[in-house]
Design a protein around this ligand. Sequence first.
Ligand SMILES: [Fe+2]
Ligand SMILES: [Fe+2]
Length: 368
Amino acid sequence: MDPRNRVFVVTDSAHKLSDFLAYVENNYALTLAYSRQEVLADTDLRSAAAVVFTDQPNDMDARRFCERIDPRWKERPKVIAAGPRNSPWLTFVKGQTAVDGVIHTNAPSEQQIRTFGVLVSLRAEQALAELGPKAMTIWRESSKVLKNIEGLVEAGQPIPRAAVHNLAESVVEGTEDALLCDMMRVLREHHAETLVHSLDVAMNVLLLGRHVGVRSKADQRLLFEAGIMHDVGKMEIPSGILRKPGKLTAEEFAVMRQHPVSAVRILQESGGYDEHVIWAAAHHHEKIDGSGYPYGLAGAKISEIGRLTAVCDVFCALTERRSYKPPTPPEKAFDIMKSMGPGQLDPTLLERMMEMVYGSLPTQKLAV
Ligand SMILES: [Fe+2]
Ligand SMILES: [Fe+2]
């Protein structure tokens, strides 16, 4: 196991944080170790992802825990202090060591999850940094743009196209396919947030588009924009439904099925988006036999960009980590996609995608 995926939770009473920790374990590629002894002993904390200090009555122990983390380490675990808001414990830990995040054990879990989201993004950043500065720039720009979009959707404000367009431009210009593939691998392994999914789909749509013959840079930018924005409607769905680990009820699924409709409205109201970007958002859950949603379109009524995005969306959903499942290997993902039958995904595009991933057969032209 990669020690960077290890999180030490220093606690005598893990039950205090059980909901939060279960969420972390289900959603991120992290293994939790609940042991004071293990941290006090000679464990190599330097390479761990994080150490979570929870409410400890014994200050001597707490001091020893903190001393194990040397702030001069170049690479050190993120330090998370957990305790009730305004507790003397939190003040104490902050006085002892540099704290990267605080979990208020008496605060709503959403905030705790955000704290951890930041932490895991930082770990993903480290893994991306190994791929070089270009990967880092793309990741930082994408996160910034996507977070900004999330904020604008929450506030019901238009999303200026310029930011999305500029991001697409910087990815399309001079980014080699191999680097995009490596980035997708790293991102999929790390976590399962919508942000990562949007970027994963965007890179895939771009690569598949290039593979099937989309040569002009302007069209390639549209492909990337389409991928980034395809699930923008999900940002309006209550997080209780979006993050639900189990199966959705019929009512919840009905809400979920509206996200392409919301996306179309958001993009149209924002103004300036190319119709291909809007079609991708509108059509990516439609099926060739008309059994998809939200419009129940069939065959050629589904736009080509919609069909292309659908193939990438399913492939990414399978190969990404989810709260209820680990990432599915690509070969197995293709088996599942093939078993869905020709009425679901565009069979030609599915074949092209397999060619692309396996890198074996010749390419063919596709007008987007
Ligand atoms: Fe979707
Ligand atoms: Fe999606």
